[in-house]
Design a protein around this ligand. Structure first.
Ligand code: NDP
Length: 293
């Protein structure tokens, strides 16, 4: 029977562990503190930031959202980010994307210092992964980190496996490929110009879809073995406006060994990774202060 790789149990365990870590950090006089910069009135962004704040606070940590107007100028934006990152009390921060048009050209990943970059977007963190780090020294990109945590929880080995990732974005596909390589997987990255996608995916042990196209991956992308594992990163709306993944779950789920659901799969893992990164950042900053007071 197909195993459904739900995040719920993993997240519950993660919350328990992080709550304990929070108590420990508080004994040392540190309350992990995250700040989020939200520009404009995008309803989805408002929900995401509010959810992240609730999540962080549930762990006993602190989170503030700096909500700024849609019409914010570039210079004011840079000033606000500067203020946020230089706040000594803040251990981790990020800018909620997307930004309004007049700010959308800004590479926000480079504005947050790597030690506070809880999204794991800064080039120093990415270069660390390129150099073989699996999150020991650097802050990992949240979605790739969450996928690895989920697979580990379900004892799905990646070492020696052929993993086909569809999507080459800087927030999912590329950092995930590097991280999986560090974990000894053999990785193929596909994208919109890839030819014979179905042939490539049918040769995979694990298929990871990070495309942004509702239900694009179907039975024709699978091998006939029934042994493949499917990770669906996509968050799209179906024809009825319901949240769905990049994989046609109804068609595919009976023909594979294991599959992540949408919702309830990769999405919650991404938020857990964000919280883990905040705690890692808080601890590392505390240790740095102990070494260099
Ligand atoms: P991007 O749009 O940045 O990247 C999409 C990738 O898919 C690109 O590399 C693109 O190729 C590729 N692609 C598009 N069409 C095809 C096709 N027909 N065949 C093969 N490849 C194709 O998206 P993101 O990486 O930001 O996000 C991907 C999805 O994951 C979205 O649905 C997003 O909402 C979701 N997401 C979910 C998260 C979670 O926590 N669950 C977190 C982050 C994202 P090319 O490079 O050639 O254009």
């Amino acid at each position: 029977m197909t195993q459904i790789l739900k995040a719920k149990q993993v997240v519950e365990q993660g919350i328990e562990e992080l709550s304990k870590k929070c108590n420990q950090l508080k004994k040392w006089g540190i309350t992990p503190y995250m700040k989020v910069l939200l520009v404009g009135e995008n309803p989805a962004s408002q929900i995401y930031t509010r959810n992240k704040k609730r999540y962080i606070e549930k762990l006993g940590a602190k989170c503030d959202i700096i909500h700024l107007p849609d019409s914010l100028s570039e210079s004011d934006f840079i000033f606000e980010v500067g203020k946020m990152v230089s706040d000594q009390a803040v251990h981790g921060c990020f800018v909620q994307l997307p930004l309004p048009d007049q700010l959308s050209h800004i590479d926000v990943g480079e504005l947050i210092p790597p030690s506070k970059d809880v999204d794991g977007f800064h080039q120093n963190n990415l270069i660390g992964v390129l150099n073989g780090d699996c999150g020991e020294k650097v802050l990992l990109s949240c979605t790739p980190k969450g996928i690895l945590t989920l697979l580990r929880h379900y004892n799905i080995e990646v070492a020696g496996k052929h993993v086909v990732i569809i999507g080459r974005s800087m927030i999912v596909g590329k950092p995930l490929a590097m991280l999986l390589t560090n974990h000894h997987a053999t990785v193929t990255i596909c994208h919109s110009k890839t030819q014979n996608l179905e042939k490539i995916t049918s040769q995979a042990d694990i298929i990871i879809a990070a495309i942004g196209r509702a239900k694009m991956i179907g039975v024709k992308h699978l091998s006939s073995s029934g042994n493949q594992v499917i990770v669906d990163v996509g968050m799209n709306q179906d024809e009825n406006g319901k949240l769905c993944g990049d994989v046609d779950f109804a068609a595919v789920s009976e023909r594979v060994q294991a599959i992540t659901p949408v919702p309830g799969g990769v999405g919650p893992m991404t938020i857990l990774s964000l919280a883990e990164n905040l705690f890692q950042a808080a601890r590392e900053q505390f240790e740095q202060q102990e070494i260099n007071p």
